[in-house]
Write a new protein. Structure first.
Length: 300
C-alpha cells in the first residue's frame, strides 16, 4: 500500500491571502512541531513548552474574568449577534474546569434562569428483586459527570449558546457537535436557532432523551433522561475536535494529561492572532510554561 500524508493545513492556509500566507505557514509549522513533540526542552513524555508572549493572557488577579474578557469581549453587547458565538470558544482540559467557566458566564447573562434536572436510573437488576439497590441510588447517579453526557443539573437562559451531544436528526442538521442559540425554554422541549454547519438560522426543537453513557471505565450501566446539550461558552479540548474557530482562549489551571491534547487545542484556531492562552501554576499565579504530552512511540 502507499502511505499518504497531509502536507497543507487547510484550517490555516485555506483561503489565506498572499499577504499573510507566509505568517500562517510558519504558525502551521509551529503547530505541527507541538504535535510531533519537536518543540521541547528535555523530557521524553511530559514536555515543558514555553508559550510566546504574544499568545499569553495576562492574569489580572481573577483568571476567570481574564480568560472570559479575552475570548468574549463585550459579551452583553453582542448577545444578539449569531456570528459572535459561531467563531469563538474557551477550551480547557477537564469537564470540571469547563463547568466552572460556563457557570461563571451564565451568571453574567441577564434574564430569567430555568433549571432542568435529569431523571437517573440504574440499568442493572438485583438478583433478589426484593432487595433495594442502595449503591446506585439516584443521588449517587446524579453526581456523575463525564464527556458526552449532559449534566444532571442544567441551568439555561434565553440567548445562551449550547452544543448538541447526540445525533438527533441529520436532515435537520441536528448532529453531535451542532451549535445552537436558545430562543425559548419550554417544560418538555427547548427551542433553538442553529448557528453552525449547513442549517444556520433554522429554528428547531430539542426534546429530552434517555441517554446511556458509553464510557467503558464505568463498571455499571445507568440511564439519564435529560436534554442532550451542554452550554457552549467553554468546552473540553477533546470535545473541540473537528471545530474551526476564529477566536480560541485556552485556559490551563491544570496541565493537559493525554497525548496530543495541547496540539488539538491550538490547532482549532484559523489564525495565530485568534489564539490566546492563560496558564495558572499551583500557586494560582500565571506562568509562561505548560506541559505537552507526546508519546513518540505512537508515530512509529
Amino acid at each position: 500500500c502507499e502511505i499518504l500524508t497531509m502536507s497543507k493545513n487547510m484550517r490555516l492556509l485555506g483561503g489565506a491571502s498572499s499577504a499573510d500566507v507566509e505568517q500562517r505557514r510558519l504558525f502551521s509549522e509551529c503547530i505541527l512541531g507541538v504535535g510531533d513533540g519537536e518543540i521541547r526542552d528535555d523530557n521524553d513524555n511530559d514536555l515543558e513548552l514555553k508559550i510566546p508572549s504574544d499568545l499569553l493572557i495576562s492574569n489580572s488577579g481573577d483568571p476567570l474574568a481574564s480568560i472570559v474578557e479575552s475570548t468574549y469581549p463585550q459579551l452583553l453587547q453582542n448577545m444578539n449577534d449569531i456570528t459572535y458565538f459561531q467563531n469563538r470558544a474557551i477550551l480547557a482540559p477537564k469537564n470540571s474546569i469547563v463547568n466552572i467557566i460556563n457557570d461563571y458566564m451564565l451568571d453574567l447573562i441577564p434574564g430569567e434562569e430555568k433549571t432542568y434536572l435529569s431523571y437517573d436510573t440504574p440499568l442493572t437488576q438485583n438478583v433478589d428483586s426484593q432487595t433495594v439497590d442502595d449503591v446506585h441510588t439516584p443521588e449517587f447517579l446524579n453526581t456523575i459527570s463525564m464527556s458526552g453526557l449532559p449534566n444532571h443539573k442544567l441551568r439555561l437562559k434565553v440567548g445562551v449558546p449550547v452544543m448538541l451531544l447526540r445525533n438527533l436528526n441529520n436532515k435537520l442538521g441536528l448532529c453531535n457537535g451542532t451549535r445552537l442559540i436558545i430562543t425559548r425554554l419550554g417544560k418538555r422541549a427547548l427551542e433553538g436557532k442553529i448557528i453552525s454547519r449547513s442549517n444556520i438560522r433554522d429554528q428547531v426543537f430539542i426534546p429530552r432523551f434517555s441517554l446511556t453513557p458509553s464510557d467503558v471505565r464505568i463498571p455499571f450501566k445507568f440511564q439519564r433522561r435529560q436534554f442532550p446539550i451542554m452550554i457552549y461558552f467553554a468546552m473540553t479540548i477533546n470535545k473541540s475536535r473537528g471545530q474551526s474557530l476564529k477566536h480560541v482562549g485556552i485556559y490551563l489551571p491544570s496541565p493537559v494529561f493525554s497525548h496530543g491534547q495541547l496540539y488539538v487545542a491550538i490547532s482549532r484556531v484559523t489564525s495565530r492572532k485568534g489564539l490566546k492562552i492563560l496558564i495558572i501554576d499551583d500557586d494560582g499565579e500565571d506562568t509562561i510554561k505548560t506541559s505537552n504530552v507526546v508519546y513518540k512511540e505512537v508515530f512509529h
